[in-house]
Design a binder for this molecule. Structure first.
Ligand SMILES: [Zn+2]
Length: 222
């Protein structure tokens, strides 16, 4: 079991670098977590530690109630939300949270990003929905994520007035969804400045999403 945890520690530590590389985070905001396969455990970054100081060794292992099992620091302040998602969505193996700019701008207006790009139909299969306003401190953020994404094709939710949470079969898939979410939020925002984006017929969205999930790439796409 320790070998499995060590592998996840390294993956989660490495994936935090992708949030920086794709400019989805500033200062210490944002976080990636992963479920330890076969265990009721998750690995997440420590709270308040700069991105350049993150390493496999300072990742925090928590149970699915958000209690620390291994680690010298306090876990990310969003740990309860991540833990709630793993507890309630057993198919989820990774969760990401960012305050990325364009997605955050849609969240600030409480407006879903409409599915008006084929790449969006591929990855999200629908609009990117808005979740409720929720304060940190109890399970209301986790509940808002689960209530919005359960049964939805989109792996991303814009929590109102807050930012993005994404889910995936593993942490890499959740990071990919966070990167794509910001990309399409930016493009649809730009389109809006010049006029009203053209809708894509639901049947075409369905067909694109089905192909992407089942035929495209190396079958790692969520
Ligand atoms: Zn946040």
């Amino acid at each position: 079991m320790n070998a499995a945890i060590d592998l996840i520690r390294r993956q989660v530590s490495d994936l935090h670098r992708e949030l920086v590389r794709y400019r989805l985070v500033v200062w210490t905001a944002g976080n990636v977590s992963a479920r330890v396969p076969g265990e009721d455990l998750l690995v997440i970054k420590p709270s308040g530690v700069p991105y350049q100081e993150l390493s496999p060794g300072n990742m925090i292992v928590c149970d699915l109630d958000g209690n620390v099992v291994e680690g010298d620091h306090a876990p990310s302040s969003d740990t309860a939300a991540h833990a709630y998602v793993y507890s309630h969505l057993p198919e989820v193996g990774g969760v990401v949270h960012t305050h990325s700019s364009y997605a955050g701008a849609w969240a600030a207006r409480g407006e879903a990003v409409p599915c008006v790009l084929t790449a969006m139909a591929d990855e999200f299969g629908a609009e990117i929905p808005v979740g409720p306003f929720a304060l940190i401190g109890d399970d209301s953020i986790g509940r808002g994520i689960v209530d919005t994404l359960r049964g939805h094709r989109s792996p991303a939710v814009l929590m109102r007035n807050h930012g993005v949470f994404t889910i995936g079969a593993d942490a890499e898939a959740a990071v990919k969804a966070a990167v794509m979410c910001e990309d399409v939020a930016r493009t649809v925002h730009l389109a809006r400045q010049l006029g009203e984006p053209l809708p894509i017929a639901q049947a075409d969205i369905d067909s694109l999403n089905h192909r992407y999930r089942n035929a495209y790439g190396q079958s790692r796409a969520r």
